[in-house]
Ligand binder design. Structure first.
Ligand SMILES: NC(=O)c1ccc[n+]([C@@H]2O[C@H](COP(=O)([O-])OP(=O)(O)OC[C@H]3O[C@@H](n4cnc5c(N)ncnc54)[C@H](OP(=O)(O)O)[C@@H]3O)[C@@H](O)[C@H]2O)c1
Length: 322
């Protein structure tokens, strides 16, 4: 590779060619049960499509059920895999997460893979909150995936106990290189909603949520080092609807380095299914199926632990007020 491409800052834009390929190296997923959030558009849709081709039973869920049902039908038709099922889920509301988990638990006794993919950027200049008073970005991108993971963990742990030879179940947290723009330690615990940063150009709540996803991956890996594999992934700069609502000028800046959607699935699927990724735990993968370096402070186990117990307390509090 030329010196030019070796330059660190260019790697995310022009990632080196991956040695791992979906066609040649991704294992068949027959008999594997997968839950993925999002899935009716963008990176999630492409991941569902590939998992369906590889014969997995895939449950995906997001807020727009009509769009999800259409996406599921399209994928079933294209792949011939009838086990692609779409449900309604709003990650910003715990009641919605509970209903979705109930469906999964009623239908399945195994869960091999959970991909926390769904995410949003709230670009409204006014802060938005869920019914429990949580800021919407935090509720959707951090708290919601945490609740979902906690509620599905018993199923994943049971899956591992029943059949250890099938390998450890995996949880994948779709993060972003934008985590680098977050505050020291990743999280502004004193003011999660960042009420004083409403006019910033780079959305501080989104970058904080993506830092949180890395900490969540590391915390879970540290809690269950031998039972669960938990990785964070930056999928690359990908042309999806995620940036639909950001200011035009920012969108123009993003455009030249964005890659087509199908390119955003390689690294998430590598982290989720490759035997190589199973030899690590709590890694942060970057485009080209490489182990990346997240910002140093986010690798501090204390920071991951702090966030995890903060979220646990919040969960207890919300449960207590039911
Ligand atoms: N695109 C990139 O360049 C890029 C770069 C780094 C990281 N990422 C990450 O990649 C992930 C996927 O994003 P994308 O780029 O594929 O964007 P996208 O096309 O906008 O997909 C986002 C998905 O999340 C769902 N979703 C959003 N809020 C939700 C909620 N509260 N509850 C349930 N589902 C919700 C959306 O469906 P509904 O609207 O129907 O709910 C949609 O299916 C995100 O976590 C994002 O942060 C993307």
């Amino acid at each position: 590779m030329s010196k030019f491409c070796e330059l660190r800052f260019l790697k995310p834009i022009f990632p080196p060619k991956s040695r791992w390929s979906i066609e040649k190296d991704m294992p068949d997923m027959l008999g594997k049960v997968v839950v993925i959030t999002g899935g009716n558009s963008g990176i999630g849709y492409e991941i569902v499509r590939i998992l369906a081709y590889k014969n997995a039973r895939v449950y995906f869920a997001s807020r727009n059920l009509e769009k999800s049902l259409k996406a599921a039908e399209k994928i079933r038709m294209a792949t011939g895999n009838d086990n692609v099922l779409a449900y309604e889920l709003d990650l910003s509301e715990i009641s919605s997460i509970r209903s979705f988990v109930k469906i999964i638990k009623n239908r399945e006794t195994n869960l091999h893979l959970l991909i926390n993919n769904a995410g949003l950027i709230v670009t409204d200049q006014n802060l938005q909150f869920n019914s429990k008073g949580e800021e919407l970005t935090w509720a959707s991108n951090v708290l919601g995936p945490f609740f979902l993971t906690k509620l599905l963990l018993p199923l994943m742990l049971a899956t591992h106990e029943l059949d250890e030879r099938a390998g450890r179940p995996r949880v994948i947290w779709i993060s972003s290189s934008d985590h680098r723009l977050s505050v020291e330690g990743g999280i502004n615990f004193e003011d999660i909603a960042m009420t004083d940063k409403l006019t910033s150009t780079v959305d501080p709540r989104y970058v904080q949520s993506k830092a949180a996803n890395i900490l969540q991956a590391k915390a879970l890996a540290a809690i269950y080092p031998k039972k669960i594999i938990s990785h964070a992934v930056h999928p690359g700069s990908i042309n999806t609807g995620l940036f639909e609502t950001i200011p035009k000028i920012e969108k123009l800046l993003h455009k030249p380095r964005q890659q087509p959607c199908y390119k955003g699935v390689l690294t998430p699927l590598y982290a989720a299914t490759s035997s190589e990724a199973a030899t690590m735990n709590g890694a942060y993968f970057v485009p080209g199926t490489r182990v990346g370096e997240c910002r140093k402070d986010l690798s501090e186990p204390a920071n991951a632990k702090k966030l995890w117990s903060f979220l646990e307390k919040r969960m207890e509090c919300i449960d207590g007020s039911r």
